[in-house]
Write a protein that binds this ligand. Structure first.
Ligand code: HEC
Ligand code: HEC
Length: 377
């Protein structure tokens, strides 16, 4: 037996899977590149779309300025003179002037008019009379909500003055300081006492707070704080927490929310006489023919003691003693300190005098000026 040739070595069976794996790989390769291509296409579309949108937005905003929507254009504002002359609650004003969506432009404080002011009652001057000098008009107008005109415009006034609170409702001096000031002063000066004898503190706080709520007009937060205090045990955690909240809230109800204005302290008879005289003059002025001698004469007489351009804001905000003795008028000591050295006032005063206004260097790094170096030993 001859050895026959060796049977051909069996070709190793082609690995079963190899064909499939190749196919899979090819398929994966094809679909992989398809995915990559699709992804690239998508990115290209996104970039093109974003580029187009940005360009279109830029072109539109430059060449066709947007128009204020009708609902805002038709918005009625309450700041006309007639409204300012009437005594109205803030709820009434807000109902009439629905604020745009959100809290922007909402009316949160309202103007308390002074129907006994002889300069504004006859409609010679508006309730917010300043409109000429833009540097000061907002400040001067804001002050008419808690000062009578002559506190700034009296030509004979120099140094400190004796002042009183004049009730806006009657035009007569009121024998108590505004309730909110009394309350703030009490809270500031009696911290220890309130802690050791909450019941006594409670009695002293609730009365003026109720009065403040009445004077400031319907105010949901103040009303809520009053109810919380009235219905909790003096000294309890709820009571103390409410008191803390009240202490933080009260400063928001200063300035024009007294239904009273600071005025010079003159004898009651003298005040009434001067007011009667002024009413007669203003009535005569309104009735007289324009450009008549009589009118000019009355105008001159009415403004005899009037300083047309009151001087420095610093008379009340930068000198000690200034025109107003704040503590004697019921302000708490911390408020007196703040009002007597009000940087805003001295800044406005300098701007008014035409001096350049420099931004504060407070936020800049390091000292504003290089520190002077000490000579070595
Ligand atoms: C805080 C002080 C202050 C009070 C309060 C005040 N004024 Fe003035 N008033 C000024 C100052 C300051 C000027 C000068 C503005 C300027 O430099 O032109 C002025 C100017 C004026 C002018 C000139 C026109 C103008 O628009 O500037 C009139 C009118 C006027 N006041 C009326 C009144 C009447 C009316 C009251 C009371 C309802 C009043 N002022 C209360 C500070 C005050
Ligand atoms: C006749 C005195 C008087 C004059 C003049 C005066 N102020 Fe005042 N000012 C006051 C009083 C009083 C208050 C405090 C009102 C309150 O809180 O009851 C006040 C408050 C202010 C406040 C608010 C401060 C705060 O913390 O609430 C600013 C700001 C201010 N004054 C700026 C000025 C400027 C600016 C001028 C000059 C145009 C000026 N004042 C002139 C009396 C005056």
């Amino acid at each position: 037996m001859t050895e026959t040739a060796l049977p051909p070595a069996p070709t190793p069976p082609a690995p079963k899977s190899s064909g499939r794996r190749g196919l899979l790989r090819r398929l994966l390769g094809a679909s992989g590149s398809l995915i990559v291509r699709l992804y690239a296409l998508l990115m290209l579309l996104v970039i093109l779309w974003a580029g187009y949108t940005a360009f279109a937005y830029l072109t539109r905003s430059v060449f066709s300025p947007s128009v204020l929507p009708e609902r805002y254009r038709g918005l009625q504002t309450s700041l006309d003179v007639g409204t300012l002359r009437r005594d109205r609650a803030i709820a009434e004003v807000t109902a009439e002037t629905p604020p745009p969506p959100g809290h922007y432009h909402g009316v949160d404080r309202w103007f308390q008019p002074d129907p006994n002011n002889t300069c504004t009652a006859a409609a010679c001057h508006q309730p917010l009379p300043h409109n000429r000098q833009k540097e000061t008009r907002a400040f001067a107008n804001f002050h008419t909500t808690f000062l009578t005109c002559r506190m700034c415009h009296d030509a004979h006034l120099v140094g400190s003055a004796k002042t009183i609170w004049l009730a806006a409702t009657t035009g007569e001096p009121q024998n108590q300081h505004p309730a909110v000031l009394r309350l703030m002063r009490y809270l500031e000066l009696n911290d220890e006492r309130i802690r050791s004898d909450p019941a006594a503190g409670h009695a002293a706080i609730v009365g003026p707070l109720r009065e403040t709520v009445e004077i400031a007009g319907p105010d949901p937060l103040l009303e809520y704080l009053l109810v919380e205090l009235e219905t909790s045990d003096p000294g309890s955690p709820v009571w103390r927490q409410t008191l803390e909240q009240l202490t933080m809230e009260l400063p928001n109800h200063l300035r024009g929310e007294y239904r009273a204005r600071l005025d010079l302290d003159v004898a009651a008879g003298e005040r009434r006489l001067a007011n009667r005289q002024m009413r007669e003059w203003t009535a005569g002025f309104v009735a007289a023919a324009p450009d008549s001698r009589q009118r000019e004469d009355l105008l001159r007489r009415m403004h005899e003691n009037v300083l047309p351009k009151p001087a420095a804001c610093e008379q009340c905000h930068g000198t000690r003693p200034g025109r107003i003795d704040y503590q004697a008028m019921g302000y708490p000591p911390s408020r007196q300190q703040a009002l007597e050295s009000l940087t805003t006032a001295s800044m406005i005063e300098r701007i008014r005098q035409g001096q350049p206004f420099h931004w504060p260097t407070l936020l800049e790094r390091g000292p504003a000026r290089p520190a002077t170096t000490q000579a070595g030993p």
